[in-house]
Design a protein around this ligand. Sequence first.
Ligand SMILES: Nc1ncnc2c1ncn2[C@@H]1O[C@H](COP(=O)(O)OP(=O)(O)OP(=O)(O)O)[C@@H](O)[C@H]1O
Ligand SMILES: [Mg+2]
Length: 253
Amino acid sequence: MEQLSKGLALKSVSKTFFGTKGYFTAVEDVSLELNNGEFLVLLGPGRCGKTVLLNMIIGLELCTSGHILYNGQEKTGYHPDFGMVFQNIALMPYMTVMENVEVPLKIRGVKKVLRRDTAQYYIELVGLNGFEKSYPYQLSGGMKQRVGIARAYVANPKVLIMDEPFGQLDAQTRYSMQNEILRIWETEKRTVIFVTNNIEEACYLGDRIILLSDRPATVKETYNVDLDRPRDMLSNKFLLLRKKISDNTDLAI
Ligand SMILES: Nc1ncnc2c1ncn2[C@@H]1O[C@H](COP(=O)(O)OP(=O)(O)OP(=O)(O)O)[C@@H](O)[C@H]1O
Ligand SMILES: [Mg+2]
């Protein structure tokens, strides 16, 4: 009997592309179930197939084989319960912060006053009040990431998917954004799927870490992270987990 339970489940999901060099498998036989409210981290080396996997989850790509189920139903396209912060943020350069955050609401035909109020709530939640009228070129990398996060949250997704959102940030901003994302997650109580290639970041953020292999991406190991929050990156338990994962990775990530 197929799974009828609530939530997201991937069953032996694979993706093969056909290009100039023939067939190429980016994701192979990935199975996982998402727990409600959890912070799930997908950790894998560069170009292992993480974005391809997320694209299948959000519904931008179809699986070559396997199934993605949501609340017991086959999920083959976009579902409004899901939101995504893309790897390259992709803000509209000619729109202000407020206008960028409002885009998902505008698409849904939400009336202007409600749109403004909702967008304002999320702009404040990500710490950008005062920058509503700024344009993307006037913002730092971390601020642009915050706009991307506010824009994803404004559509009220039950599951927020983030594709290496802090990959382009300097170390200091990255640490502060990690704390920000945890604060927002604790305030909003949504389920998060967070992709990274950074082991320390995975150990700091995840309730559960799924370690992916090098190409094609397969599930190598699952770690349930039994560390209290806020986590201490220099505690023995943290460093032990970090080393355990590091010793199990395919490449230096
Ligand atoms: N539409 C496509 N057609 C053909 N090959 C693709 C396509 N999309 C991705 N690939 C290939 O699949 C592989 C995995 O790509 P993907 O973008 O998922 O990697 P990634 O793990 O997200 O990497 P990074 O950490 O650099 O973001 C790459 O070799 C890429 O060239
Ligand atoms: Mg990627």
